[in-house]
Design a protein around this ligand. Structure first.
Ligand code: GLU
Length: 376
């Protein structure tokens, strides 16, 4: 760990565990791992740290319960395999946790539950209750109802969203069977070196290659992408090997383990929610003047005068992305006007809004408070 970097002990930690840690290649539970993880979580909780666990494994367990070894699932079979595997996955965790006196709670999510502000708030209340009761929330994607448009895709992103936008945490620990991020895929390149520290502005996407296993969707590229979204919002991330004894304690203490990605300053939770929101309903294209105004540190709101084009069909309150003419995302935020209204007032001075629309309305299309601006 860089001695210059001061690591604050987190009050709340989200731990994400990949399929290959939970079950072996035969689909049998890896009891040694499950028991050790239960103990490590218990130890953190005994120190007053709140823990949420995001676990994969449902699809992998279900696949082995229904099919012969080696069978590749077709995409439409994943949800059904998850329906078979999920209760067994929970049983494995419950058994391991019972040995250290911990009670688990199952929470299954789709991206819809995070994107919809009301459901997101309900979810937050539920998780806060569970944490307050000293129960361990165990989260997974609700694969059996998750269709393409609302899936998180993989649990790395879901864990990042939970840590950023639902139950704000200070640390996200992503555990898999790899020691962290390497300069190349260590399974293919013997000279690959483990990257110990990644700064908040350091681009490491070129190092992150390699897909996940047959039923885990993640892979290192997805881990780094999810991690970056978390660090952008102010959450430190450790990507490490879950088989390493004491990994959680080391990650919490800021000791050298795996790859540590340090964070930017923390974002207020509403802005973090916007930044993590994966499903914009439309796009507003702006001119260079408006782009400059938004990118300034204490920048302005988005006014109709700088808008050159409106794409998609959105309603007031929906999330849209704001891009420049070249298509680069400048910001995203919640609009005050529908797509049809925004088309009518685009390029106009705010003073003309009521005259054009025939009603009073906000002078900005997206207020600064309802917007997150991309880092330049
Ligand atoms: N939700 C899937 C499962 O439990 C895993 C998704 C992933 O690999 O990230 O099997």
């Amino acid at each position: 760990m860089d001695s210059e970097t001061e690591i604050k002990r987190p009050r709340r930690v989200v731990v994400k565990v990949g399929t290959r840690l939970v079950i072996d290649t035969e689909g049998a539970p890896r009891w040694e791992f499950l028991r050790r993880m239960a103990r490590e979580i218990r130890d953190l909780m005994d120190e007053g740290i709140e823990v949420l666990l995001v676990t994969s494994g449902a699809v992998g367990i279900g696949r082995r319960m229904i099919f012969e070894p080696g069978k590749q699932l077709r995409p439409h079979e994943r949800p059904s395999a998850a329906a078979v595997g999920q209760p067994v996955l929970m049983r494995h965790w419950a058994e391991a946790l019972a040995e250290v006196g911990l009670t688990p709670a199952q929470v299954l999510l789709t991206q819809d539950d995070v994107v919809n502000r009301e459901r997101c708030i309900r979810l937050r209340d539920t998780l806060e209750d569970l944490l307050g009761w000293g129960v361990l929330p165990i989260l997974n994607e609700n694969d059996s109802v998750s269709v393409e448009s609302v899936t998180f895709g993989e649990n790395d992103l879901m864990a990042a969203m939970v840590a950023v936008a639902i139950t704000p945490a200070e640390l996200l620990v992503i555990l898999s069977d790899q020691a962290g991020l390497y300069t190349a895929d260590p399974r293919e390149d013997a000279s690959a070196q483990l990257i110990r520290n990644v700064g908040p502005d350091q681009d490491v996407t070129q190092y992150a290659s390699g897909a996940g296993g047959p039923e885990s969707l993640g892979g290192m590229a997805k881990k780094v992408e999810a991690a970056r979204r978390a660090t952008d919002c102010g959450i430190r991330v450790v990507i490490a090997d879950g088989n390493c004894d004491g990994v959680l304690q080391q990650a919490v203490n800021g000791e050298e383990v795996g790859t540590c990605m340090s964070a930017r300053p923390r974002m207020p939770s509403r802005k973090a929610w916007l930044a993590m929101h994966g499903m914009p309903r439309g796009t507003i294209v702006i001119d260079d003047g408006a782009r400059e105004a938004l990118l300034q540190r204490d920048g302005s709101s988005l006014l109709p005068s700088g808008i050159v084009e409106v794409r998609g069909d959105f309603q007031p309150g929906d999330l849209v992305t704001v891009t420049d003419r070249a298509g680069h995302e400048v910001a995203r935020g919640l609009v005050n006007y529908s797509a049809a209204e925004t088309r009518k007032i685009r390029g106009e001075h705010s003073a003309r809004i009521s005259e054009i629309l025939g009603r009073e309305g906000a002078e900005e299309v997206i207020h600064r408070d309802d917007m997150v601006v991309a880092s330049a």
